[in-house]
Design a protein around this ligand. Structure first.
Ligand code: SF4
Length: 495
């Protein structure tokens, strides 16, 4: 994990792996994809890439934010009415341009390009197996394993849809994919639907995106989430859909609602902003305290603080001002420099804080070093008391499914009790939302959520970790379609 990384206080938070986009239109789509990438830029800031089909697959990618990678001329050069894009933060494979996506390769049936959000848990085993068969890999990314597997499947079956359905049987983990095969553009979501993916249309375009905010911002219509285990093809006329075998429950990442996704996105039927406000309300119920003001840690704690304020009746005060222009401008390899990073990034409004009993609200705690510094800043600004409220239950275990949290030793909640954390952070009191309270706020069933980093029990088999009890996916593959529930059939339909 790169918590405590190099770019300021934001990087002390976990980071998501990627944002993906796919588009088909009646005119060149590269500029629309570029704008869509900028809208999902929060999902990855290390590299950006666009692939289009313009007689052949053309790819342009590089390190940096989308607007740093693409010039107007680049977008004009990327002709073609079918394309895809990707923004990346690495969780598997190093941060290097060769690991930037889309990743492409050629087969006897034409070119393939792929963009991936998620983590393939068995990618090392698959890579070794393919290497034994003489395959050479050009990158350290799990996404190259996926594209090679798919290329192999297409070459052996000669049938794109069959290949898409077959190759996923080998994948264990989370994958929201956009795949371009020749000029055909597909979106796929793993059977547990861990990472988000949705479809929309408008402006002469059919589009797949990681988050629905893309469609809002581009003036398009959000149609729906891609279903668990669904393959969607964007066509000139609309969409076509095939359904893979999938369990009766999902494993949506709870962290998408709590932190990663934009608050103005709809994830699996729930507006992220509403979910975060509810989390804040629940926090106020679970951890009430006598105080004067409620204050968010910007930007991540803002909606939760609103909920806390609403439920407690305490006024909401913006007592910390964020410098929006400091991100990505300096390297801070050690702890003291990281602390300077927090000071550069956040400044207190002393007149709002002095003499006040403050309820400080943030979305989560990983190491605790950043929030400790923030508490110190508020204390030095004259706060009489500081009561920290956290909108995510204690994070204790790694994520193997697409979030940058890889080892147990970095989680403060793994090493210390709540009273010990309170002392370390130098807050007067500390209250985390409970797992049950969080689930209620998200309005999801417990069995439809991944809670792996909270409970250490994962929805897929991970060597050395507990797996939550469930039937293996293969058993669903063998089940005959149930007439009473036709949506569970593996079937093709026009949307
Ligand atoms: S382990 Fe945690 S961060 Fe990872 S997918 Fe599950 S809920 Fe999300």
């Amino acid at each position: 994990m790169r918590c405590g990384g190099e770019n300021g206080y934001k990087e002390l938070k976990p980071r998501d792996k990627c944002g993906v986009i796919g588009a088909v239109g009646s005119s060149p789509v590269a500029t629309d994809i570029y704008y869509a990438l900028r809208i999902v830029q929060h999902r990855g800031q290390e590299s950006a890439g666009i692939a289009v089909f313009d007689g052949e697959i053309k790819v342009k990618k590089g390190m940096g934010l989308a607007h740093e990678v693409f010039s107007k001329e680049d977008l004009q050069d990327l002709g073609g009415t079918a394309g895809m894009g990707h923004v990346r933060y690495s969780t598997t494979g190093s941060s290097a341009v060769e690991n930037a996506q889309p990743i492409s390769c050629t087969t006897e049936y034409g070119g393939i390009a792929l963009a991936h959000n998620g983590d393939i848990v068995n990618s090392d085993a698959l890579r070794k197996e393919l290497q034994k068969r003489g395959w050479a890999f050009m990158t350290s990314s799990d996404s190259e394993v996926i594209v090679r597997l798919l290329a192999n499947e297409i070459s052996s079956t000669g049938d794109v849809i069959r290949a898409l359905r077959e190759f996923t049987k080998k994948l264990v983990g989370s994958y929201s994919l956009v795949i371009m095969i020749g000029e055909r553009v597909f979106g796929m979501r793993d059977p547990l639907a861990v990472r988000p993916l949705c479809i929309g249309r408008g402006n002469g375009l059919r589009m797949i995106a990681s988050e629905s905010v893309v469609f809002d911002t581009l003036g398009m219509r959000f149609l729906r989430d891609v279903k668990p285990g669904e393959i969607v093809e964007l066509t000139k006329e609309g969409f076509e859909s095939w359904r893979l075998p999938h369990p009766t429950h999902t494993a949506h990442c709870m962290f998408e609602w709590l932190y990663f996704a934009r608050p103005d996105s709809l994830l699996d039927g729930r507006l992220v902003y509403d979910a975060r406000v509810k989390v804040g309300e629940q926090l106020a119920k679970e951890h009430p305290v006598k105080a004067d003001i409620v204050m968010p840690v910007p930007e991540s704690g803002r909606a939760q603080a609103q909920g806390y304020s609403r439920a407690s009746g305490l006024p909401l005060v913006e007592g910390l001002i964020k410098n929006r222009y400091i991100e990505r401008t300096f390297i801070m390899p050690d702890q003291s420099e990281r602390e300077i990073g927090v000071l550069l990034k956040l400044n207190p409004v002393r007149s709002a804080i002095k003499g006040k009993r403050v309820v400080l609200v943030d979305d989560s705690i990983v190491r605790g070093t950043t929030i400790r510094k923030i508490v110190q800043i508020i204390r030095e600004a004259g706060a009489k008391e500081i009561h920290l409220r956290i909108g995510c239950p204690p994070i204790k275990a790694p994520c193997y499914l697409g979030i940058d949290m890889k080892t147990r030793d970095q989680f403060i909640a793994n090493k210390k009790t709540v009273p010990e954390i309170t002392t370390y952070i130098t807050a007067d009191t500390l209250g985390y939302i409970s797992i049950q309270g969080m689930i209620r706020s998200l309005r999801q069933a417990r069995e439809d959520l991944c809670l792996g980093c909270l409970t250490g029990e994962y929805p897929v088999k991970i060597p050395g970790e507990r797996v939550r009890p469930e039937k293996p996916l293969e058993e669903f593959a063998e089940e005959p379609p149930k007439p009473a529930r036709p949506r569970r059939k593996t079937s093709k339909k026009r949307i």
